[in-house]
Design a binder for this molecule. Structure first.
Ligand code: AMP
Length: 202
């Protein structure tokens, strides 16, 4: 099993971010769960990679060529895959991962976890998506999604499909029993016997 871990290319202002990232990555390694991430050695991304490697875990980095210098590609990874574009990066990470987790991060982290979340609602994949809510970092964002759901623009089933957890133990326990929601354009049960359409390919 391998998780895609999205997190900041910065360390952030709260030292708990790095502490939680370290503990999370070490726990994954201890349980034999591999990490696939953006491949950088900077910020919280670097903390995750270092901690997982130090605990004997497998860490695969996926990085667009243009970022290899800017985000200082990690040189000690189990494997570094250099791809051409951001889109290739995300597609490769999604392919390699059995689930997706956002630790505290910035706009890049948001973009990546929301893509995984929206692909889940479309049925492009059926893998769990989660947020590690360190110091309540994700709470305002998740409240915004709850407000969007209350406004009728996010289906409650898709809102609730994302796991929110405080640490690796809780997250992995919830992932273990997680079930994919119905995909957005699935036929409602009262629409009879139409065969399920294959998920769109992206
Ligand atoms: P940030 O959360 O903004 O600190 O960025 C964390 C990681 O997300 C960095 O490795 C960025 O290169 C990456 N990133 C930023 N934008 C994108 C994007 N559009 N697609 C994929 N990765 C991205």
């Amino acid at each position: 099993m391998r998780l895609a871990v999205y997190t900041g290319a910065s360390l952030g202002a709260d030292p708990l971010f790095a502490e939680a990232a370290r503990a999370f990555a070490a726990e994954l390694a201890r349980r034999g769960v591999g990490v696939v991430y953006g491949g950088g050695h900077v910020g919280l991304m670097g903390v995750v990679a270092d901690a997982a490697l130090a605990a004997g875990g497998e860490v695969i980095g996926v990085m667009p060529r243009a970022l290899v210098d800017e985000e200082t590609a990690h040189t000690g990874l189990s494997e570094l895959r250099v791809v051409r574009t951001m889109h290739e990066r995300k597609a490769e990470m999604a392919r390699l991962a059995d689930g997706f987790v956002a630790l505290p991060g910035g706009l890049g982290t948001l973009e990546e976890i929301f893509e995984a979340w929206t692909w889940l609602q479309l049925g492009v994949h059926a893998k769990p998506v989660g947020f590690l809510d360190v110091s309540g970092y994700w709470t305002p964002l998740l409240e915004a999604v709850a407000a969007m759901s209350a406004a009728g623009l996010v289906h409650p089933e898709h809102r609730d499909a994302a796991v929110v957890a405080g640490d690796a133990d809780e997250l992995l326990a919830r992932f273990a029993v997680w079930e994919a929601p119905r995909r957005r354009w699935a036929e409602p049960p009262d629409r009879g016997t139409a065969p399920a359409r294959p998920a769109p390919r992206m």
